[in-house]
Every structure is written in C-alpha cells, then in structure tokens.
Design a protein around this ligand. Structure first.
Ligand SMILES: Nc1ncnc2c1ncn2[C@@H]1O[C@H](COP(=O)(O)OP(=O)(O)OP(=O)(O)O)[C@@H](O)[C@H]1O
Ligand SMILES: [Mg+2]
Length: 255
C-alpha cells in the first residue's frame, strides 16, 4: 500500500484585517495519511473547515502552519504547503484535480472546446482529443446536441458533469471533491456517483466532501470526521478530530 498524501499538523487561521484583526480558525492540527487509490471522506458540521482544508491542499488558500506531503511512486515527496506558486501550478496541471460545488464556465466556449483544452495544451492532435472527449460524453450521458453548445447556459447537473469531464479527461492522480453533488437532482447525483465509482476503479486517489451521509459511506474507504471548529480566545480548545471506521473499511490513520 503506497502512501500518496500525508497531512501533518495542518492549521488554517484567517486573519480578518477588516474586522480589527479578528482571527477565525477554520481548522486546527489536522493529521491524516491517504494511500494511493483510496477515497478519504471528510465529514463535519457546516463551518467546521472542510472546504478550507481542501482549498489549502489545492492551494487556493495558504495554510497557516503544518505540512501537506504529496508522494510520487518512488516515495519522494513535495510539500504543497511550502513550494512556490509556479511549482504548485505544475502540480495542479499534471497531478491534481479539484471539483467544487460551483462551476462557472467561460461564456462562448463550447462544451467540446472546454473539455479538450487540457489535451490540446498537452500537444494532443485535435482529432484524437475530440475522439477521447466523445467517448467521455457518451459515458457521462451528455446528449449530442450539447457538445457544440455553451455550458454557461446548461442546467446545474449538466454543468457539473461537464466540470467532472474536464477534470477527468486528463486523469489526475489525485482528485479533490467539494460537494460535487450538492444542489443536483437524484438522477444527476446518481450519475456523478457512478462516475466517482468508476474513477475509484481506475485507482485515482480521492479526498471528498459529500453532504449526503449515505453517498459518503458508499464511496469512502475512510472518513475523517472534523468534530469541532477552532474558537478564538478559547484556551481549552484543542484539535478534536476523530476517525470513523466501518468494520469492513481499512484503518490507516495516524492520529
Ligand atoms: N475566505 C475566507 N475568509 C474568511 N473566513 C473564511 C473564508 N473561508 C472560510 N472561512 C471561515 O472558515 C470557517 C470554515 O469554513 P469552511 O467553508 O471551510 O466550512 P465547511 O466545513 O466547508 O462548511 P459547509 O459545510 O457549510 O460548506 C468558517 O467559519 C468560515 O466562515
Ligand atoms: Mg464547504
């Protein structure tokens, strides 16, 4: 079992300069290890720092302290909390995907062009890229009349399927999912879940927040439950993170 991502003592504190330097602790002292091909679900009440944790890993937010180690197949690691922005951009391009609840595609870019863009950037021939995208469109149940339309006008479910396709066409090794099924109807939720299951079969490592506990239980190999948010001025507060485990699920956390 190969280690893929290790988060050590990770803390994120927002410094609100416009609010008299009030500090908001998004999360504190998070520790976990995620092995290759596994799915780690993150649970916890609203405001407990789940999205902020994912954003720190993807480096939309800088973490305040701690380490985020991303391992390659040879066991070498880079610390995503410490590398430069250009280095992080390369990691995003080559190794890491991020899918959030909200996807706002650029206006006047067609579905096809949006989806093949990462392949064209990598030097694929346009015809080959279109062939690959067409296979995915079928798998994702995107009807033919939408391929050359603009996703900015699509329904929430269609947008989210395109969003996942864009991420997947260039298969990242590790995928971060922040409530990708939120606000979708049952049918679209079902399709997204099937896609995520398919990705698991392809051994893509995933870290995901799913609002629906049943969805989370279905997908996750392990669940990191963030129990309490940090509270400013609370001397007694300490990180309180619990790892849940179903009997059949593997237990790999180092707390
Ligand atoms: N950009 C930001 N600036 C200031 N505070 C922020 C920012 N982003 C998040 N926070 C704060 O950090 C805390 C954690 O927020 P976060 O969005 O990570 O929670 P969450 O667990 O994802 O909640 P939800 O389940 O509602 O999505 C909240 O108190 C939030 O107000
Ligand atoms: Mg959130």
């Amino acid at each position: 079992m190969k280690k893929h991502l290790e988060v050590r003592n990770l803390t994120k504190i927002f410094d609100m300069h416009i609010l008299n330097n009030k500090k908001i602790i998004a999360f504190e002292n998070i520790n976990f290890t995620l092995n290759r091909g596994k799915f780690l679900g993150i649970s916890g009440k609203s405001g407990y720092g789940k999205s902020s944790l994912i954003r720190c890993i993807y480096r939309n937010y800088d973490s305040t302290s701690g380490d985020i180690l991303l391992f390659d197949n040879n066991g070498e690691s880079v610390n995503l909390a410490k590398i430069s922005d250009p280095e992080m951009l390369i990691i995003r391009e080559k190794r890491m995907g991020y899918v959030s609840q909200f996807f706002t595609p650029l206006p006047r870019v067609t579905t096809m062009n949006l989806v093949i863009e990462p392949l064209i950037d990598k030097g694929w021939l346009k015809d080959d890229a279109i062939q690959r995208a067409s296979e995915l469109f079928k798998l994702f149940d995107i009807p033919g009349n939408l391929w050359d339309a603009y996703p900015s006008t699509f329904s929430g479910g269609e947008k989210q399927r395109i969003n996942l396709m864009k991420t997947l066409i260039d298969c990242p090794e590790i995928l971060l999912l922040d409530e990708p099924t939120a606000s979708l109807d049952a049918r679209n939720r079902g399709i997204i879940l099937e896609i995520v299951k398919e990705l698991k079969k392809q051994n893509i490592t995933m870290l995901g927040i799913f609002h629906d506990q049943m969805e989370m239980e279905t997908l996750a190999d392990e669940i990191l439950a963030i129990k309490r948010p940090g509270e400013y001025h609370d001397e007694t507060h300490s990180a309180d993170i619990e790892v849940k485990q179903e009997a059949k699920k593997e237990f790999i956390f180092q707390l």
